[in-house]
Ligand binder design. Structure first.
Ligand SMILES: *Cc1c(COP(=O)(O)O)cnc(C)c1O
Length: 350
């Protein structure tokens, strides 16, 4: 067994750097629940600036950001529209139903991105006529970047077009920005510009930014004032949370600039995989840090492939019948070469 496993299974596999740990150890702290933690407040202020929003909340996880946002935007029985392979639908343990009692209306797309016309068609399907039996459509959700399509990016015009149509039709808009900063690195469009398209947005400090935990949900002053109640109700109000927020602040100051390296590593991995017989790429030209591929041509199931690969010192994950590799700040260029060599060996063994 190799002494280090190359952690390509997810961009959440990062561990805090020595410098980040120092920043965390030295953080001034107070009672977060009372709004009196100076490190949390500094993080919120900085995140508001970056996202161009009035107000923000610190939460332990991205899932809780989605839960609090959905609860704040809706009442039980409302319809929330989201792409069919989004995290809100696929990966939150049914939380939208448990916490908010809403109906989810999926928009089916091949790549996670939908248009203003798709918004029209979805609303027409639900029925926008003022009839007493139609469930009221309330909220339109976006996932930037779209994880299960291979980190696909909403271009600014696509996002603005779909969000504007939603707003014209009376919907509130929400962005799951778990990887918003990857979209920023890929497009050169600022996080504030993307965020201006939607009423609420959150970013995750554990997705390729290297922090051990923490996410921030942002929106208007009124939205966040109401969301604060649900943060508390869902158990997301904390105490001396500045210890963690200081790690997030460190990530904002030091780890945004380097994200393009992760994208270059994903392109390198993808090009190498494309040259191996028996491997089929879902997204042959990855825009961001996620590569999905099919290994059935090697005569292996994704689970068998990832188990064998781990014996070769490389960890990837098996998701939806495919293998997923995600690059991040704890994976170097030479790690990508090592991973490709290991896969080449597996492919030759068949
Ligand atoms: C990881 C992820 C989440 C949830 O974030 P956590 O911090 O892990 O709770 C939500 N949406 C997307 C698109 C994600 O990739």
């Amino acid at each position: 067994m190799p002494d280090r496993i190359i952690p390509l299974s997810s961009d959440t596999e990062t561990t805090p750097s020595e410098e980040m740990r120092q920043a965390m150890a030295q953080a001034p702290v107070g009672d977060e629940q009372k709004g009196a933690d100076p490190s949390v407040n500094a993080l919120l202020e900085r995140t508001c600036e970056i996202l161009g929003k009035e107000s923000a909340l610190f939460l332990p996880s991205g899932v809780m950001c989605n839960a609090v946002a959905l609860k704040t935007h809706t009442r039980p029985g409302d319809v929330v529209i989201a792409e069919h392979m989004t995290h809100i639908i696929r990966s939150e343990a049914g939380g939208a139903g448990i916490c908010s009692g809403i109906l989810l209306e999926p928009v089916v797309t091949p790549n996670g991105i939908f248009s203003a016309d798709d918004v029209d068609q979805t609303l027409a399907r639900i029925s926008t006529a003022p009839v007493p039996y139609a469930p009221p459509a309330r909220l339109l959700c976006f996932e930037q970047t779209h994880n299960f399509s291979g980190g696909t990016v909403w271009e600014y015009d696509q996002l603005q077009g779909a969000a504007d149509r939603g707003r014209e039709l009376g919907l509130a808009t929400h962005m799951d920005g778990a990887r918003l900063f990857n979209a920023v690195a890929a497009t050169g469009v600022s996080a504030a510009r993307f965020s201006a398209c939607v009423d609420s947005v959150w970013v995750d400090f554990t997705k390729g930014l290297g922090a051990p935990l923490g996410a921030v949900l942002a929106g208007s002053r009124e939205f966040i004032a109401e969301a604060r109640r649900y943060k508390h109700a869902f158990g997301g109000a904390m105490r001396q949370a500045g210890i963690v927020a200081a790690g997030c602040l460190w990530a904002l100051e030091h780890h945004l600039e380097r994200i393009e390296q992760d994208h270059a590593h994903a392109r390198l991995l993808s090009a190498g995989l494309g040259a191996i017989d028996g491997i089929g790429l879902l997204n042959p030209e990855p825009r961001t840090n996620i590569v999905f591929f099919d290994v059935s041509g090697l005569g292996l199931s994704p689970k068998r492939f990832t188990a064998l690969l781990k014996d070769h010192g490389v960890e990837m994950s098996s998701i939806g019948g495919l293998v997923r590799a995600v690059t991040h700040l704890d994976v170097s260029r030479s790690d990508i070469h090592t991973a490709l060599e290991a896969i080449q060996q597996l492919a030759c063994r068949k």
